[in-house]
Write a protein that binds this ligand. Structure first.
Ligand code: ADP
Ligand code: MG
Length: 679
């Protein structure tokens, strides 16, 4: 059986040398892989109507017999019309095809077929132009539609799949049974592999398709969860990097503020990890402004005090610079060497940094992905902190452990995610949460207005600017617009000319070159621009305390969590800040969501609301979580199955941590395969 799945695609009947190359390109070099190329959709052939009752202008299916052989008629050069007559026993119809010379062999006189297409003409003269067809003796109620590649049609894929399915013995024998152990299948009410494969490709009916999907989705999610959990336990390798010195007290005393209880708790949790035998793998979740940087600094300080080096990685150049400044400031009392490494550091400077890093003279290296580069070697790297982890995938996390002797890893996220979800997406990490903001913060007021009040809102912005403050305006989203550049610049120009001619308006968007972005940010930080018109790129960690107003256009188009992120850019100073959500959305749902924004500034509550109101889509979707690509499951749509799979994965690993039992062999192989890209 194993050998059957491994059989090369070339060995399949009807697949020649050339076509096999195309299948390989499609990701199906073997019979097994071909069977796992699930259809992307299904065409419904189950709704049969008599010719006489075929609705106008609507695709329908008729069951007919060919009554006259195909006749050929050349209508102009290069155009041949093929005609045939069919009957459904009551009525006739004329069927036409253009330029399909195979039609003669495919539609044979006297045989019965299903035709799918639009029926036109009068009752006396029914016609169908180029209908799709299938033999009526083995009808498919739901015809699979496959993702095509150059040169391979959905129909060709379908026929290869059919011959592959034909090879499967029934029932599937050992030694490669269903990867899902039978007791698990029974407990979770999942059908067997054979039935699933047959019905995912050629469903007997809707219900059978649903059964098949459920099983295959579960399987995929289970494998994903097993992989993540295994990575977590693999993270428990030995490390030589025990944190010997706990210098957190000393560090806390050096701070210009008193750490919150949440900060102290998070630091203690991390320290406990780092004092152990195996490396820390922890996610620190904390709302914007909850003071994650200080937590990171405390840990870096202790790591350095224990004779190690630390690295701090940010997803963008802007953020790396910002963190460099902050970390340098926080660590200054201890006279430590902090260096910045990004893609734009000049070669000579870079060489110098690398050298000093290797000699151990640099204690903390702050930077972008550039830190991951092979040429960057530490003398004794003990701790890696990454900020805004959703930009770092599991693979990068794995790459990090290669640097040094399994350094401790802390990933920080300013995106509050409901705990249940966090545990699933970051199944390979432990979780710490900063659920408390430093005291004395002014709460940002949030208002929803419709566009008729925009002029007044702009007046409010002008007043703030006159008083020396700055504002963000998040520019309108233009549906289907590839270039946010066009929309931002256009919008900014209009603002400048119509509303803010006396002020300076800056622009920031994702398509700008890093140097341009930086200039725009610097101008804003230094107060040279009054208004920053931006796309959501300001979302990540930008810190300008003098900016006290944010106006967000088309607010209804964003998820709550994203709005929350955006809003986190203001309210960072001592002055009260105001967030204005502009929306003309009429529907109840949208208004309800925007009201949540006005009611609370608690990121975790907002995340919970977002999950409740919109489902987990926003958390899984837009956000790049860096998990392996899934074939059939959609973690947001299949949330209930995800939970089920996670439960099963945990239970399985409790019983059989190394997945060594014979009944787990199949699953282990699949886990290994899904995660190869990560190893
Ligand atoms: P984030 O979690 O969003 O990264 P930061 O680390 O940037 O938050 O902290 C936000 C601001 O709060 C910074 O100016 C920081 O100095 C300040 N801060 C952090 N912790 C405290 C605290 N315990 N008390 C007062 N201010 C704090
Ligand atoms: Mg931060």
């Amino acid at each position: 059986m194993a050998s059957l799945f491994q059989k090369e695609i070339l060995e399949l009947k009807g697949v020649g040398e050339k076509r096999s190359q195309l299948f390989i390109k499609l990701g199906a070099p073997t019979v097994g892989a071909l069977l796992r190329l699930y259809p992307r959709d299904y065409e419904d052939w189950s709704n049969l109507v008599p010719l006489a009752q075929a609705p106008a202008e609507q695709v329908c299916v008729v069951r007919v017999t060919v009554v006259s052989a195909v006749s050929e008629q050349r209508i102009r050069s290069g155009m041949t019309l093929y005609k045939l007559r069919v009957t459904d026993g009551q009525h006739d119809a004329l069927i036409t095809y253009f330029n399909n010379r195979y039609i003669k062999e495919l539609l044979v006189e006297g045989r019965e077929y299903l035709l799918r297409g639009k029926v036109t003409g009068t009752l006396l003269r029914r016609e169908m132009a180029s209908p799709d067809f299938m033999p009526a003796n083995r009808p498919l109620p739901l015809r699979p539609i496959y993702r095509q590649t150059a040169g391979l049609s959905s129909r060709q894929i379908s026929s290869a799949v059919r011959s592959a399915l034909g090879l499967l013995p029934n029932p599937l024998p050992d030694p490669l049974p269903d990867p899902l152990p039978e007791p698990m299948r029974e407990a979770c009410r999942l059908c067997g592999l054979r039935l699933a494969l047959e019905n995912i490709h050629f469903p007997k009916d809707r219900e059978a398709l649903e059964q098949a999907r459920r099983r295959l989705i579960f399987e995929e999610l289970l494998i994903l969860q097993l992989g993540l959990l295994r990575m977590k336990s693999r993270g428990r390798q030995q490390t030589s990097l025990h944190m010997e010195v706990d210098a957190t007290e000393e560090f806390f005393k050096s701070l210009p503020f008193i750490p919150t209880n949440a900060q102290k708790r998070a630091v203690a949790e991390c320290m406990r990890d780092m004092q152990g035998e195996s490396p820390m793998n922890r996610l620190l979740q904390g709302d914007v402004g909850s003071g994650k940087t200080a937590v990171a600094a405390a840990l870096c300080h202790s790591a350095i005090a224990s004779g190690m080096q630390a690295a701090f990685m940010a997803p963008t150049e802007i953020l790396a610079r910002q963190h460099f400044t902050t970390m340098s400031g926080l660590l200054e009392p201890f006279h430590l060497r902090v260096a910045l490494l990004t893609g734009s550091i000049p070669a000579a400077k870079r060489r110098e940094i690398l050298e000093e890093l290797q000699e151990g003279k640099i204690h903390l290296l702050v930077g972008t992905h550039a830190i991951l580069n092979e040429s960057v070697a530490f003398r004794r790297l003990g701790l890696v902190v990454t900020d805004e982890q959703h930009r770092f995938g599991v693979a990068q996390r794995a790459a990090l452990t290669q640097k040094g002797d399994h350094p401790h890893i802390l990933v920080m996220s300013a995106t509050p995610i409901p705990r249940t979800l966090a545990l699933m997406i970051y199944g390979d990490l432990e979780l710490s949460v900063l659920n408390e903001l430093p005291p004395g913060r002014q709460k940002t007021e949030t208002y929803v207005i419709d566009s008729s009040k925009r002029a007044r809102a702009f007046g409010f912005l002008r007043k703030k600017i006159d008083a020396g403050r700055q504002c963000y305006i998040i520019c309108p989203l233009i549906e289907d617009s590839e270039s946010d550049m066009a929309s931002v610049t256009q919008y900014a120009k209009e603002l400048q000319e119509k509303w803010f001619f006396a002020n300076t308006v800056g622009v920031l968007h994702g398509k700008m070159r890093p140097a341009e972005k930086e200039r725009a940010m610097e101008d804003f930080t230094a107060g040279r621009t009054d208004i920053l018109v931006s796309t959501t790129v300001v979302e990540v960690g930008v810190d300008v305390p003098n900016a006290v107003v944010m106006l967000i256009e088309n607010a209804e188009r964003y998820g709550l969590s994203q709005l929350h992120q955006l809003r986190g850019r203001i309210g960072r100073g001592t002055e009260k800040s105001t967030c204005i959500l502009v929306s003309d959305a009429q529907n109840e749902e949208a208004q309800k969501r925007l009201r949540v924004m006005c009611e609370t500034t608690d990121g975790f509550r907002i995340a919970d609301e977002d999950l409740r109101l919109r489902g987990p889509g926003d958390f899984f979707g837009a956000r790049q979580h860096g998990l392996p690509e899934l074939k059939i499951a959609d973690m947001s749509a299949d949330f209930a199955l995800l939970q089920l799979a996670q439960g099963e994965a945990k239970e399985l690993l409790t019983r059989d941590p190394a997945m060594e039992l014979p009944e787990h062999r199949g699953l282990r192989a699949e886990v290994r395969q899904l995660f190869t890209s990560l190893e």
